[in-house]
Write a protein that binds this ligand. Structure first.
Ligand code: KG4
Length: 349
């Protein structure tokens, strides 16, 4: 009998230290340590993130191996996120993966974080019968750092057909949340408040960018100007004072922001699906946890006869399970990397 393919993956691109183990394509463990240290700063502080990764990585990897009931000697390869992400954070995972692979004399697999998010759709646990997209499909990849429409023609064949020319959708959620005094990351808070608001009360400018590209910086400005004008109209000089004066202000602004972001994302996705005649459509990345976006996917699926694929909540934000899945396909393709590879901060798929 052939030896099973057992892969350990490490994800450390931003502020989550995560390790996962897969055996013959079945996920055995996925362990993540999140970093609370950034909350008081209203965003991720790169230096603090890399220090926290250094503290977390050993216990996280150890727990992932134990939960999977495998030992280091069972491993066939070590996969790691090479980028894009914060360089200091990536360096911790990359160095750890290199050291481990070198000491065990097994191959090293570099994984693009964005491809990993898309591969979250293929993660399989024992006994799960979830449907997976078939090729070719379109994936709307929306996270804190990226907003892209990707055409996926194979596990290792992907092309970006549209992307943001400035801010990412998640960044727009987070920055507008900060203006309202909401904690970081703001996306989940906006999601919660939007459910209690009326999206028609305030009108925010929708970006008009040609082709399949996105832009969210103008929306952020429109959000700021709306608040500035309201403050002027009510004769107050702080957002807190405005919130006290205007009933349901936060809820209505969050509903308007969320609806505008979703409409912008979905319109371009619909255009791409129509132009390319593709009806398998998936969503991935942290923002895919948004309840409004999930509903919009189901709605568009019904209206335009798409088969839609929405990842389980546990695989929407950064996790090593998706890196393991991508690493597994690269292993099957004998696509390994050299020990000299270095992390990268920005890239395309
Ligand atoms: O993919 P991810 O975990 O990290 C990156 O690689 O960027 O995405 C994080 C982003 C943050 O901007 C966060 O606010 C957003 O995902 N997010 C949400 C929700 N949950 C997370 N945005 C809107 N609604 C949510 N429910």
């Amino acid at each position: 009998m052939d030896k099973p393919v057992v892969i350990l993956a490490i994800e450390s691109s931003c502020d989550d230290t995560s390790a996962a183990v897969i055996r013959d394509g079945i996920l055995l463990s996925n362990v993540t340590a999140s970093q609370k240290v950034h909350e008081e700063f209203g965003g991720v502080v790169p230096e603090l993130a890399s220090r926290a990764h250094q503290l977390n990585i050993l216990p996280v990897v150890d727990t992932a191996l134990k939960r999977a009931n495998v030992t280091k000697s069972d491993l066939s390869a070590v996969a790691f996120t090479r980028g894009p992400g914060l360089l200091g954070s990536l360096l911790v995972g990359t160095s750890f993966a290199k050291g481990l692979a070198l000491s065990l004399n097994i191959p090293l697999i570099d994984v693009n974080h964005l491809q990993g998010h898309i591969m979250a759709h293929f993660v399989q646990t024992e006994g799960d019968q979830l449907p997976h997209p078939s090729f070719p499909f379109l994936c709307l990849l929306v996270s804190g750092g990226n907003s892209q429409i990707v055409k996926v023609e194979g596990y290792n064949r992907m092309t970006i057909i549209g992307q943001t020319i400035d801010d990412a959708a998640g960044e727009a959620f987070d920055k507008c949340a900060k203006v309202l005094g909401l904690p970081y990351p703001g996306g989940p808070w906006i999601d919660k408040l939007a459910k209690l608001g009326n999206p028609q009360t305030y009108h925010l400018a929708e970006p008009h960018i040609p082709g399949y590209d996105y832009s969210f910086s103008g929306l952020k400005t429109s959000f700021l100007y709306t608040i500035r004008d309201l403050m002027k109209a009510h004769g107050v000089d702080s957002v807190e004072a405005l919130v006290e004066q205007v009933p349901n202000l936060k809820e209505d602004l969050c509903a308007a922001l969320q609806t505008t972001i979703i409409n912008t994302l979905m319109r371009k996705l619909r255009k791409a699906a129509k132009d390319l005649n593709i009806n398998q459509v998936a969503v991935a990345g942290g923002v895919s946890a948004n309840s409004g976006l999930r509903e919009a996917f189901i709605d568009y699926g019904k209206r335009f006869k798409w088969s839609v694929f929405i990842p389980p909540f546990s695989f929407t934000t950064d996790n090593a399970a998706m890196i393991c899945q991508a690493g597994y396909y690269k292993y099957l393709d004998n696509d390994f990397c050299s020990i000299d590879e270095v992390p990268f901060a920005k890239t395309q798929i």
